[in-house]
Ligand binder design. Structure first.
Ligand code: COA
Length: 165
């Protein structure tokens, strides 16, 4: 089953023609403020990223683009299980859409993969992402300093886990 339907969302596998919509997300400085790379300045960079998402092996990956009212507005899932990653276009923030997406995705990950926990690595300044994960019952399991160099800036990590119930 490569598609999940929620009340407001269709979660499906990425396709090559998602490139423009995903570039709109991945080139947005506010959406990318705490991402693991700088914003994509050219569409070829998004093309490489999308190729990686499409080519990911189903044995180790379960990742979705998020469609809302027929428009691709972000992505959520594990590019590499058990590490969760998600991003939405800022026009769609604050409406509970990512909570809705992850509420569908998390049980499916536990059903598909023999994992003890799903993990997240969040910049401690990313309070919205931390609040979202805590609302979904993730708990903090550790912290580390200077884990990512993004452009000129060193960033820290909060590690969170959701254990199998
Ligand atoms: C993090 C992100 C995906 C949240 O998506 P969203 O759809 O706006 O989040 P939701 O509306 O589902 O909110 C879920 C929870 O987040 C928190 N939240 C959402 N918007 C918030 C805001 N503006 N201020 C404070 N908390 C907020 C709330 O706790 C909310 O819980 P609630 O349902 O009890 O109100 C979105 O802000 C985003 O794409 N950010 C950029 C990418 C990113 O940082 N990804 C995570 C990397 S670790």
């Amino acid at each position: 089953m490569d598609e999940l339907i929620t009340p407001r969302l269709r979660l499906r596998r990425a396709r090559a023609d998602d490139i423009d919509a995903l570039h709109a997300v991945l080139s947005d400085p506010s959406a990318m403020r705490y991402w693991s790379t700088l914003p994509h300045t050219d569409i070829a960079r998004t093309g490489d990223w999308l190729d990686g998402m499409i080519a990911a092996t189903p044995e180790a990956s379960d990742d979705f683009v998020i469609e809302h009212e027929g428009r691709v507005i972000g992505k959520a899932g594990c590019w590499q299980v058990p590490e969760i990653g998600y991003i939405l276009h800022p026009d769609f923030w604050g409406r509970g859409l990512m909570r809705e997406a992850l509420t569908a995705i998390l049980p499916r990950l536990f059903a598909r993969f023999p994992i003890a926990a799903i993990r997240a690595d969040v910049d401690p300044r990313n309070t919205v992402s931390l609040a979202l994960l805590k609302r979904l019952d993730f708990t903090e399991v550790g912290r580390a300093a200077r884990t990512w160099q993004i452009g000129e800036e060193w960033c820290d990590s909060v590690y969170l886990e959701l254990s199998r119930r």
